[in-house]
Design a protein around this ligand. Structure first.
Ligand code: IMP
Length: 184
């Protein structure tokens, strides 16, 4: 039997306090590593938005913001996934220190594609910050320089992560125990 998005049972994985403490630690680490470098932090839309904003507020060294959006197309199997830009950065990154901010690294295809693509624009450096890592699902190796949490192979929602565009607003990360039917 299916349930609505409002009724969907969610098992808590990372509570709000645990997330906020880890984000503060990552912000402190980035502040030390990038002191005097005026990095640009890049939100990979839409899932990284809450992490991106909280991380930015935890970074004590001057930095700028940019955003981009990509989509992954998966064929019959997830290993046939390809990635394409829906919306590019607004500013040039030549000579800039770039930190890509992602919600979760799953197969690794999105971050791998972005690292390859953006490195052709001659940034001074590119690093990756990801709230979550699901290493058991990796198909393409990617470096994660600033990682929040490693999680098991479960479909998670909340704190930016969605199922059918819902649940992004939750302040915690949880596992959907029953897949709801979507209104749209
Ligand atoms: P990739 O497979 O590493 O390219 O991850 C691509 C995207 O899949 C991530 O940025 C997320 O938006 C999405 N994704 C992967 N795993 C999950 C999950 O457990 N919940 C919600 N979205 C996910």
């Amino acid at each position: 039997m299916s349930c609505t998005v409002a009724e969907a049972p969610i098992r808590l994985l990372l509570d709000q306090h645990t997330i906020q403490s880890r984000v503060a630690e990552l912000g402190a680490e980035i502040s030390r590593d990038y002191s005097g470098l005026n990095p640009v932090i890049v939100a990979i839309l839409k899932g990284s938005m809450p992490f991106f904003v909280d991380l930015s507020r935890a970074i004590q060294t001057p930095h700028t913001w940019d955003t981009l959006q990509v989509s992954s197309y998966h064929g019959g199997t997830s290993s046939s996934g390809v990635v394409k830009f829906n919306a590019d950065l607004s500013d040039a990154i030549e000579g800039r220190h770039v930190i890509l901010v992602e919600d979760i690294v799953d197969t690794g295809r999105t971050v791998s594609y972005l690292l390859n693509s953006l490195s052709t624009r001659n940034p001074a450096s590119i690093k990756v910050a990801s709230l979550l890592d699901k290493p058991s699902r990796r198909e393409v190796p990617v470096p994660i320089d600033y990682l929040g949490f490693t999680i098991p192979d479960e479909f998670v929602i909340g704190y930016g992560l969605d199922y059918g565009q819902f649940f992004r607003n939750l302040p915690f990360v949880g596992v959907l125990e029953q897949v709801p039917s979507l209104p749209f």
